[in-house]
Write a protein that binds this ligand. Structure first.
Ligand code: ATP
Length: 261
């Protein structure tokens, strides 16, 4: 085993009467790219909230980046963890540009009252270039399409220079072309920076082919985990989703066309 950066042991999270995680144990090595899949309500998002200390454990333990996850370490940990969720609707009247939104990624590390330096603005521009948004950098953040907004969210997380990247359905509610572009970008970023990445989706069509391991969640538990080749069989998926799923024949273009394993 290499350097373990996320270690969950028997993690239980409950929201009042609902138990969202029921004894989840998971170890993730530095640099791994892991897909977390499963039906709606399986506990995928909740698992991410345990990693960045926004979900409170009622039982079990979590260690992330070498420290126990607890209130004392939560803020410090979140500075080292980038998080991108689903595209949001932003008020178009919000007077903040794309460039300024991305700069916000620095504030976690440097403090809210920090005045950005010339070098930091240059770095923001470099990251905007990487995500393909240079031409929109002066536009108000509320004037972007869903796909463009997600690129800005990824850029904001990247300037934070995170060691762990949590991606929670980052391609949900954007059109198929934008989905493909965002997935390519995420794969490019991983191949350049090798950040430990947890990618959550309930939609297997948006699963990046770069995933090295898949964690299959059902009813608040890890039901199975293994290589994509082992986990993406028709029978395993039928049981996971408790429904008929169509796996394309090799080279086909059915339900999981981008899972090129
Ligand atoms: P989806 O794919 O729909 O996003 P998920 O697998 O990410 O689902 P979670 O969002 O982790 O699932 O939710 C797991 C369970 O916890 C669900 O039953 C959900 O209703 C419940 N839950 C999640 N957040 C809260 C909350 N803030 N308050 C109460 N219950 C919650």
């Amino acid at each position: 085993m290499g350097d373990i950066v996320i270690s969950l042991k028997d993690a239980v999270v409950s929201y009042r009467e609902d138990v969202a995680l029921r004894g989840v144990s998971l170890e993730v090595e530095r640099g791994e790219f892991i897909g977390i899949i499963g039906p709606n309500g399986a506990g995928k998002t909740t698992l991410l909230t345990v990693v960045n200390d926004l979900g409170k454990l009622v039982h079990g333990q979590a260690r992330v980046l070498g420290v126990p996850v607890c209130r004392r370490n939560g803020i410090k940990l979140r500075k080292r963890i980038g998080y991108v969720a689903q595209a949001e609707n932003i008020d178009p009247r919000l007077p903040i540009s794309v460039r300024e939104t991305v700069m916000v990624g620095y504030y976690g590390r440097l403090g809210l009252f920090h005045r950005p330096t010339e070098d930091q603005w240059k770095n923001v521009d470099r990251v905007l270039d990487l995500v393909g948004l240079s031409h929109l950098s002066r536009r108000p953040i509320g004037h972007l399409s869903g796909g463009e907004y997600q690129r800005a969210a990824i850029a904001r997380a990247l300037v934070q220079q995170p060691e762990i990247f949590l991606l929670d359905e980052p391609t949900a509610s954007v059109d198929p072309q934008a989905q493909r572009e965002i997935l390519s970008l995420i794969q490019l970023i991983h191949s350049q920076y090798h950040m430990t990445t947890l990618f959550v989706t309930h939609d297997l069509e948006t699963l990046p082919s770069i995933c090295q391991r898949l964690v299959l969640m059902r009813e608040g538990q890890i039901w199975k985990e293994g290589s994509p080749g082992e986990m993406l069989g028709e029978e395993v998926l039928r049981q996971l989703y408790e429904a008929g799923v169509s796996v394309p024949a090799e080279g086909g273009s059915g339900k999981f066309p981008r899972c090129g394993w």
